[in-house]
Design a protein around this ligand. Structure first.
Ligand SMILES: [Zn+2]
Ligand SMILES: [Zn+2]
Length: 232
C-alpha cells in the first residue's frame, strides 16, 4: 500500500500565465488536473481567433489560459478560477473556456467536499456475492478512494478505468432517476487484470440515502474530469 494520505509538499511556481501552487513531485498531482496548454505563437495569429479583429498597437493580444488560443481583450476578458491547472488566482479565459471553468467550480466548491466527507455503501468485490458495509471517501490529495469497513481498500483514482453509475426509476422520457449504486473497475497494484467493485446505497439504518446519492453524483462528475485529464 502506498500510504495515500501522506502529506504531499507543494510549491509555488510562476508561469507566463500566472502563479500556480503545484505538488513538489509530478507523481503527486491530482488525477483531475490539466496541463497548461502551449500558447499559439504570436506570429501565427494576426487576428483575434474569435471576432477576427486585426491586432495592432491598440488592439492587443491576450492568450486564454485554458486553451492557449489568442484573442482580443473583448473576447478574452473574463478572469475565472481554474483549479485544474492549480492557478492561485482567477485567470484570463476566452468565453468558451470561461463557461466550462465556471461549470467546474461547482465540482471544486461542493462536490469535491462531498467526496472527501464520504458516504456509506454496501460494497461487493469482484464477482463475490458477499458484501460489506464500508465508508467510501476521497483522500484529501484527491488521488485515492479509501474504503473502510472490517476490511480496508485503497483504490488509486488514476487506475480507475470505468465508473458506471447505477440508477433506478428510469423512464424513457428521462424522468426521475435516482442514483442507487456504482460499478467501478480499476487496476489493483501489481495486477494487469481489472478488479470490479459494486457499491450499493443501502437501506441500512446508519446510512443516509440522500448523502449516498449526492456522493454518487459527485463521483459521476469526477469520472468525467478524470477521463478529460487523461485524454488531453
Ligand atoms: Zn475578439
Ligand atoms: Zn479558451
Amino acid at each position: 500500500m502506498s500510504g495515500g494520505e501522506a502529506c504531499d509538499g507543494k510549491k509555488l511556481v510562476r508561469s507566463s500565465s500566472g502563479l500556480r501552487m503545484v505538488p513538489e513531485h509530478h507523481a503527486a498531482r491530482s488525477p483531475f488536473g490539466l496541463d497548461e496548454p502551449p500558447w499559439v505563437p504570436d506570429k501565427d495569429c494576426p487576428r483575434c481567433m474569435q471576432c477576427e479583429t486585426k491586432f495592432d498597437f491598440i488592439t492587443r493580444k491576450h492568450h486564454c489560459r485554458r486553451c492557449g488560443k489568442c484573442f482580443c481583450d473583448k473576447c478574452c476578458s473574463k478572469k475565472v478560477p481554474l483549479p485544474r491547472m492549480c492557478f492561485v488566482d482567477p485567470v484570463r479565459q476566452c468565453a468558451e473556456c470561461a463557461f466550462i471553468s465556471q461549470k467546474e467550480t461547482e465540482f471544486y466548491d461542493k462536490q469535491l467536499k462531498v467526496l472527501m466527507n464520504g458516504a456509506t455503501f454496501s460494497v461487493a468485490r469482484g464477482t463475490s456475492e458477499k458484501s460489506e458495509m464500508m465508508v467510501c471517501r476521497l483522500s484529501n490529495n484527491q488521488r485515492y478512494l479509501f474504503l473502510d469497513g472490517d476490511s480496508h481498500y485503497e483504490i488509486e483514482i488514476a487506475q480507475i478505468s470505468t465508473v458506471q453509475i447505477l440508477t433506478e426509476g428510469f423512464t424513457p422520457g428521462g424522468g426521475n432517476t435516482r442514483a442507487t449504486g456504482m460499478l467501478l473497475q480499476y487496476k489493483a497494484p501489481g495486477s494487469e487484470e481489472l478488479t470490479q467493485m459494486k457499491f450499493t446505497a443501502s437501506e441500512d439504518f446508519n446510512s443516509n440515502k440522500k448523502l449516498s446519492a449526492a456522493w454518487l453524483a459527485a463521483m459521476h462528475k469526477a469520472a468525467k474530469l478524470l477521463y478529460e485529464s487523461r485524454d488531453q
